[in-house]
Design a protein around this ligand. Structure first.
Ligand SMILES: Nc1nc2c(ncn2[C@@H]2O[C@H](COP(=O)(O)OP(=O)(O)OP(=O)(O)O)[C@@H](O)[C@H]2O)c(=O)[nH]1
Length: 608
């Protein structure tokens, strides 16, 4: 059972180390879900004395006025053997074996936060005590409630202390140790007043009556201790702490405890209650109660932790990975994100994502339709055929066939194919750009880095422009090649005039008759159609080879080459992100670490 309390101790320590004090922040808090015991009471009611009695050590600052000015989270760890020692969370690895030094450090640490003025602060001091003589407990000592500000204190201090105390004890997981001095009327007890406000049924309030030994002669606290004056769910516990005179005389704790036991055992009014009085009993009882509370809370705590982990992970993944601080790490990160983008771009082309199919549509529909639209009517009109042939003949008319005329006619037709060829290159370019845009917006990590997003998009776009230019050059070359060298076989296989029974001795004037010119036009058209048929297949090949496959292969080559030369500062500006996002991510990561370790700790205890 003891490991239940040490579990909560561990979790509370982890909370503090990772910045979860249960204070108001935009992060989920584990601290508030863990049971704790807060000691409340009026000034000088004996809070510190009760704490010291439970610990069995002198370690708290003493003096007049407000001594406790910051919450002190005190964790008691029972160890099997060895020397007692204390450790502060703000001084890790420093072991205090001298408890007078602990007292001084509490005082100094209080002053460090509040200055030497008598101000208060809600930032807790965390102190752990390891001893064979303590029970496992976590308790929070709070500043004493006061009614008036003393010199040097602002008037608001009365309300400030009350608010701070309330903020701790109003949490449903807080067990309230309400300290009231027996030498004052219970009706005026600050502890009872404030605990009743937050726990009207007294379900989590333990009433502790101090200074019983200082009560007026002839009066006693039996009615209170028997729960007749003010009823709480748990029985009242009376304690007799050391008086100021005892402290001055350095009466040690062991002696003080023995005297306390004797006091209750030997005072006739309290003898019947002696078995449930005293600080030792108080410590044990609190420890037992805490165990019960923790046990009942474990299932709820587990499900809360699991739920919070999922929430934190979801938000963290939405915010993206944290940025490396060194140049190498930054470069690696930019490369990784860029590769993610490149991969998505390729997936669009390869059909894993949509969009690549539009390229085939260019080859299968747009290009053939554009080629078809080239009617060559103008080039092959009777007048034009006649004009080109006679021009090509020059001063010496052709003898058998108008060789040069044919060439000029073919060339004048084929040259018009450059238009559809160029248009196909441009159409594919537009599609590739659209795919880059899509891939950029689908690369999750890029949402985090607007500058990198722009740079990457520009680099990809420039690459595509370069590829378009290359592709255009080569594709047009294909067309130009068709102009540069005609397929001789086609013309050789053409039926000659003579074969058709024509008269080869026709005069030159007869040769330019309509049917002769029409036949030449038809021959040229049939040749050009054959060329179009070939280009319809070779233009897509050229485009795919130089634009599509090359984009897949080397879209970011230039970008990566330049990346290698970038200095840390340039890399940092590439990975510029909103500082608020960075802060939030760091805070979330810390909180997630806390919840994960809590999940592990609770898991192991719950199973055992
Ligand atoms: N005789 C006697 N004196 C006590 C008892 N409890 C506390 N005192 C004395 O009362 C004075 C105040 O006790 P503290 O324990 O310092 O009270 P506190 O509530 O912690 O005080 P602040 O932190 O200043 O609010 C000290 O001089 C104690 O010695 C008690 O049960 N009997």
């Amino acid at each position: 059972m003891e490991n239940l309390i040490s579990l909560v101790n561990k979790l509370q320590r982890a909370c503090t180390a990772l910045g979860d004090h249960g204070d108001q922040s935009a992060l989920p808090t584990l601290w508030d879900s863990l049971p704790s015991i807060a000691v409340v009471g009026g000034q000088s009611s004996g809070k510190s004395s009760v704490l010291e009695s439970i610990v069995g050590k002198d370690f708290l600052p003493r003096g007049s006025g407000i001594v406790t000015r910051r919450p002190l989270v005190l964790q008691l760890h029972k160890v099997d053997e060895g020397r007692e020692y204390a450790e502060f969370l703000h001084l890790p690895r420093k072991r205090f074996t001298d408890f007078a030094a602990v007292r001084k450090e509490i005082s100094d640490e209080t002053d460090r936060e509040t200055g030497r003025s008598k101000q208060i602060s809600s930032v807790p001091i965390h102190l752990s005590i390891y001893s064979p003589n303590v029970v496992n407990l976590t308790m929070i000592d709070l500043p004493g409630l006061t009614k008036v500000a003393v010199e040097g204190q602002p008037d608001s201090i009365v309300q400030d202390i009350e608010n701070m105390v309330r903020s701790f004890i109003e949490k449903p997981n807080c067990i309230i140790l309400a300290i009231s001095p027996a030498n004052q009327d219970l009706a005026t007890s600050d502890a009872i007043k404030i605990s009743r406000e937050v726990d009207p049924k007294g379900e989590r309030t333990f009433g502790v009556l101090t200074k019983i030994d200082l009560m007026d002669k002839g009066t006693n606290a039996v009615d209170i201790l028997e729960g007749k004056s003010y009823k709480l769910q748990f029985p009242w516990i009376g304690v007799v702490n050391r008086s100021q005179a005892d402290i001055n005389k350095s009466v040690d704790m062991i002696a003080a405890r023995r005297r306390e036991r004797e006091y209750f055992a030997n005072t006739p009014e309290y003898r019947h209650l002696a078995h449930r009085m005293g600080s030792e009993h108080l410590g044990k009882m609190l420890s037992k109660h805490l165990e019960t509370v923790i046990k009942s809370r474990i299932p709820g705590l587990q499900s809360l932790i699991n739920k919070t982990i999922i929430e934190l992970e979801t938000e963290l993944s939405r915010l993206g990975k944290p940025i490396a601080t060194d140049a190498g790490g930054k470069q690696h990160m930019v490369m990784e994100i860029s590769r993610d983008f490149d991969q998505i771009f390729k997936e669009h082309l390869d059909g894993i994502r949509s969009g690549g199919e539009k390229i085939y549509n260019v080859f299968d529909n747009q290009l053939p339709a554009a080629l078809k639209r080239l009617q060559f009517d103008r080039q092959l009109s009777m007048e034009n055929v006649r004009k080109l042939i006679t021009e090509a003949d020059g001063y010496q008319p052709h003898l058998i066939a108008p060789e040069q005329g044919y060439r000029r006619l073919v060339e004048s037709c084929i040259v018009t194919i450059r238009g559809p060829a160029e248009a196909a290159v441009d159409a594919v370019h537009v599609i590739l750009k659209e795919l880059v845009r899509k891939a950029i917006s689908e690369t999750m990590q890029l949402k985090q880095f607007p500058t990198l997003r722009v740079e990457l998009s520009n680099a990809a776009s420039e690459s595509l422009d370069r590829l378009r230019d290359e592709s255009k050059k080569s594709t047009l070359k294909l067309v130009d090649m068709e102009c540069g060298y005609l397929t001789v076989d086609f013309f050789r296989k053409l039926p000659q005039e003579i074969d058709k029974g024509g008269n080869p001795t026709h005069s030159i004037f007869d040769r330019y008759n309509d049917s002769y010119l029409r036949r030449i036009g038809a021959n040229v058209l049939s040749y050009v159609n054959m060329v179009c048929g070939g280009l319809r297949h070779s233009i897509p090949k050229s485009i795919v080879h130089l634009q599509v496959r090359e984009a897949k292969r080397s879209l970011l080559d230039h970008f990566f080459a330049e990346l290698g030369t970038k200095q840390t500062q340039e890399l940092s500006s590439l990975l510029n992100e909103d500082p608020a996002v960075m802060e939030r991510r760091a805070a979330l990561a810390k909180r997630l670490e806390l919840y994960r370790s809590a999940q592990e700790e609770i898991g192991s205890v719950a199973w055992s």
